[in-house]
Design a protein around this ligand. Structure first.
Ligand SMILES: Nc1ncnc2c1ncn2[C@@H]1O[C@H](COP(=O)(O)OP(=O)(O)OP(=O)(O)O)[C@@H](O)[C@H]1O
Length: 464
């Protein structure tokens, strides 16, 4: 479904099992109102936001404090106002929305109609929700709430107003790819996000520019976790002798120095799956051959990503999907067109990542630790990367999050700040009263990220 700014929109969520209808309708341009039966929503399963105290830093996150202030930690769909339709994916539709009480607190709401999905897709929904609930990272989405209403599952996550890297690539002159400094910046951020996912034992399996969204501040946010799989990971400290290529004073490589380094490695090296998922041009050879694959598929895809960001096309693309797959599995080595200056380092990294045998591929044994050390990333201060200023790239017009709703803006904002202050000063009291609700049973998720609320009836049964 596409969004036309001049059209009134109506979204109808109809429950076939309960015969109740949730309707979002619009009377103004690109502004939607979510209307529904409040009593129904109060008696259905909802998942409220994580208390800010569970993870200390979260109490400073304006989105969390806005939710806490507006909902006292007891979020319902009625607290949200849909603004517009952002897009439709395999599993559901995504809407831009904000808190009714605070239109500066903007989110993306993924609405999934479970009744319309096959069992396989339902398992993808479960996987996506499970992975999202584990994430606490600046380059990955925060799951603020999960609301289960009738046969709909709604996931409330960060909204990214600046599009995705695929759209940005298409805006480059003659589709030639991004400037090298921008490729380095985005690749470094993706590497850090993959490192975090792998440390959690999550193999992502869907890396591509379309899934790299751009936040309001120009930094990346990886999206779409439905194709992930989870594996065990045993973090270790490893001491290795590494060759560190260095340059002489003219900028040319000289014979590498050997160093002994003790490093933290958390890579799911024993991960194993046989299901063939992903996007054709990004599939690793072991995934195409179907004999089983592991963590290495993400490092292969990382090589394809750097290639596409650099040249605007993927290296194995053929005239059809079949010929693309044939190119991936053939013995042909990847060819890069440019080999000058810093591009030589990019080429070297791509070649080390696009090694067909995963046992020989950079990253497969020790993950991002080895890739970060490659000369392509020389000079990046990894712990401070989130403070780097995003590159200025043609076509990237930074959009700040603004809401269409302007009435009472100042009052609402002031009220919002006032509420935040009140929450801050009365924090302990509010949290205690929230968990003492008589009709509420709650359970912390494994990670302690957020609380899942179930409304229970007077006999102690869960209401669904
Ligand atoms: N957090 C977000 N901020 C802004 N836009 C988003 C956000 N999440 C999704 N979108 C938009 O909504 C569209 C649908 O997203 P969704 O994640 O449901 O599916 P998808 O990216 O097409 O992938 P898939 O179908 O494989 O799940 C995306 O193409 C994107 O344009």
């Amino acid at each position: 479904m596409s969004m036309d700014d001049d059209t009134d929109l109506e979204f109808s969520f109809t429950s076939t099992t309960t015969d109740r209808t949730f309707t979002t309708s619009s009377s103004a341009r690109s502004s939607l109102t979510l209307s529904f039966n409040e009593s129904l929503l109060l008696s259905t399963t909802a998942l409220a936001p994580a208390p800010a105290t569970t993870l200390h830093h979260r109490k400073w996150d304006p989105h969390w404090s806005a939710i806490m202030a507006a909902t006292h930690g007891n979020l319902h769909l009625s607290h949200l106002k849909l603004v517009r339709h952002l897009g439709t994916g395999n599993l559901g539709r995504v809407f831009l929305c904000h808190l009714r009480d605070c239109n500066s607190a903007t989110f993306a709401l993924k609405v999934i109609d479970k009744d319309s999905l096959t069992p396989k897709k339902l398992s993808h929904v479960q996987m996506e929700a499970e992975i999202l609930s584990m994430l606490v990272h600046p380059y990955l989405p925060t799951l603020y709430a999960r609301l289960d209403v009738s046969h709909y599952t709604c996931l409330l996550i960060d909204y990214c107003p600046n599009g995705d890297l695929h759209a940005l690539l298409r805006k480059q002159p003659s589709n030639r790819g991004l400037p090298l400094h921008a490729v380095r910046f985005f690749a470094a951020e993706v590497l850090v996000a993959l490192e975090y996912l792998h440390a959690l034992g999550v193999v992502y399996r869907d890396l591509k520019p379309e899934n790299i969204l751009l936040r309001e501040n120009g930094h990346i946010m990886l999206s779409d976790f439905d194709l992930c799989f989870k594996a065990d990971v045993v973090p270790t400290l490893q001491t290795n002798r590494v060759l560190r290529p260095t340059r002489n004073r003219f900028g040319c490589f000289r014979s590498p120095d050997e160093e002994e380094l003790t490093e933290f490695v958390a890579e799911p090296v024993t991960a194993f799956s046989k299901s063939c998922v992903g996007t054709h041009e990004y599939l690793a050879p072991e995934l195409v051959s179907g004999n089983g694959h592991g963590n290495g598929v993400d490092w292969w895809a990382f090589g394809i990503l750097i290639y596409e960001l650099l040249y605007g096309v993927t290296p194995f693309k053929g005239g059809s999907k079949e010929s693309t797959l044939r190119n991936i599995t053939s013995n042909k080595q990847v060819r890069c067109h440019v080999a000058e200056g810093a591009a030589a380092e990019a080429r070297d990294l791509i070649e080390k990542l696009l090694v067909k045998d995963p046992r020989e591929r950079l990253g497969c044994a020790r993950g991002a630790t080895d890739i970060k050390r490659h000369p392509f990333f020389d000079g990046i201060n990894w712990p401070l990367i989130r403070n780097y200023k995003p590159p200025e790239v043609r076509g990237l017009v930074m959009k700040r999050i603004t809401s269409n709703v302007t009435h009472n803006n100042n009052n609402i904002n002031r009220r919002c700040w006032w509420k935040k202050l009140a929450v801050f000063t009365k924090k302990n009291k509010i949290i205690t009263s929230r968990i003492n609700y008589q009709n509420l049973s709650f359970r912390k998720n494994n990670n302690g990220n957020y609380y899942q609320y179930h409304y229970v009836n007077s006999k102690g049964g869960k209401c669904v």
